[in-house]
Design a protein around this ligand. Structure first.
Ligand SMILES: C[S@@+](CC[C@H](N)C(=O)[O-])C[C@H]1O[C@@H](n2cnc3c(N)ncnc32)[C@H](O)[C@@H]1O
Length: 233
C-alpha cells in the first residue's frame, strides 16, 4: 500500500515526498552526516546520543542482516556483529547512500540493492535474522499506519525469531524542546522529515500487530524499538 496525497495531508504528491526525503542524502550531506547529524544533532537536538543507538544496534543485530536506509553506514560499520563474517544486505532508495555505505563496510562484502520501503522488496529467496532501520521511519511520508507498510515488506524475508529494530525521531509533543520543535517543523516543511504526527504509541501498536516481544523506549525525542518475528529463535 502506498499512502495517497489526501492521506498525508500534504499538498505535494506522495511519490514526490518519498523521493525528496531520500534525495536529501547527496555527497556533501553524507560527508557531514556522521559528525553533524549523528554526533551533534542526535545528542543536542533529539537528545539521544549516537552511542545509545549503537548499543541498541549491537544488542539486536545478527550475522544475517538486512539494513534499510543505511545512509553513510555508520551503525553497520561500528556495531558488534555476533560473528566475524556476517552476511549483510543493504537497501536504500538513494544510490549514493547505498554506494557510500557498501564501500564503508566492504570488508564484509555486502549485497547492495536500490529499493523503496514503500514497494515490495526484490530480495528473491533471501532470509534474514535481523533487519535494522535506523532513522528511517521519520523520513517516510504518511501516518504511522501507512509508513508501517515497510514492516509488511520485510516480513517475507524474515527467519522465525528474527529481530526488527531501529530508532526514529518522534513528532510533535512534550518530548521536544523549543529548539528541537523548531528544527522538526523546518525539516518537515522542507520534506527531509515526514514525522510531525509520529507517536510512540502508534509505532508500538503497529509493531504489536505484526511481531512479538515488542520493545519501545524513548530517549529524548527518539523512540528506540525492537521486535521479534514469531517463531523459534
Ligand atoms: C536519516 S538517514 C539514516 C541513515 C542511517 N540509517 C543512520 O541512522 O545513520 C535515512 C536513510 O534512509 C534512506 N531512505 C529514505 N527514504 C527511503 C525509502 N522510501 N526507502 C528506502 N530508503 C529510504 C535515505 O536515503 C537515507 O539513506
Amino acid at each position: 500500500m502506498e499512502p495517497n496525497q489526501a492521506q498525508t495531508g500534504s499538498p505535494e504528491p506522495i511519490e514526490a515526498r518519498i523521493q525528496t526525503a531520500a534525495a536529501f542524502y547527496r555527497r556533501p550531506m553524507l560527508a557531514a552526516y556522521d559528525l553533524f547529524v549523528l554526533g551533534m544533532m542526535s545528542r543536542l537536538m533529539w537528545r539521544c546520543p549516537r552511542g545509545r543507538m549503537l548499543a541498541h544496534y549491537s544488542r539486536q543485530v545478527s550475522s544475517s542482516h538486512l539494513d534499510i536506509g543505511p545512509g553513510t553506514g555508520w551503525f553497520i560499520n561500528k556495531c558488534r556483529f555476533p560473528s566475524k563474517a556476517p552476511s549483510i544486505t543493504l537497501m536504500d532508495l538513494n544510490e549514493v547512500a547505498l554506494a557510500t555505505s557498501a564501500h564503508r563496510i566492504r570488508r564484509y562484502h555486502p549485497e547492495a540493492l536500490v529499493g523503496d520501503a514503500f514497494k515490495p522488496f526484490a530480495l528473491g529467496t533471501a532470509k534474514f535474522d535481523s533487519v535494522g532501520m535506523n532513522f528511517l521511519l521519520h523520513c517516510l511520508p504518511g501516518s504511522m499506519r501507512q509508513k508501517s507498510v515497510v514492516f509488511d515488506h520485510v516480513m517475507p524475508f524474515l527467519q522465525p525469531g528474527a529481530r526488527v529494530f531501529g530508532s526514529t525521531v518522534l513528532g510533535d509533543g512534550p518530548h521536544h524542546t523549543g529548539r528541537s520543535a523548531k528544527l522538526l517543523a523546518k525539516l518537515n516543511r522542507s520534506g527531509v522529515f515526514n514525522n510531525l504526527d509520529d507517536r510512540l504509541e502508534d509505532l508500538d501498536e503497529q509493531l504489536r500487530a505484526r511481531f512479538t516481544d515488542v520493545e519501545t523506549a524513548r530517549s529524548g525525542a527518539v523512540c528506540l524499538f525492537a521486535a521479534r518475528f514469531p517463531g523459534p529463535r
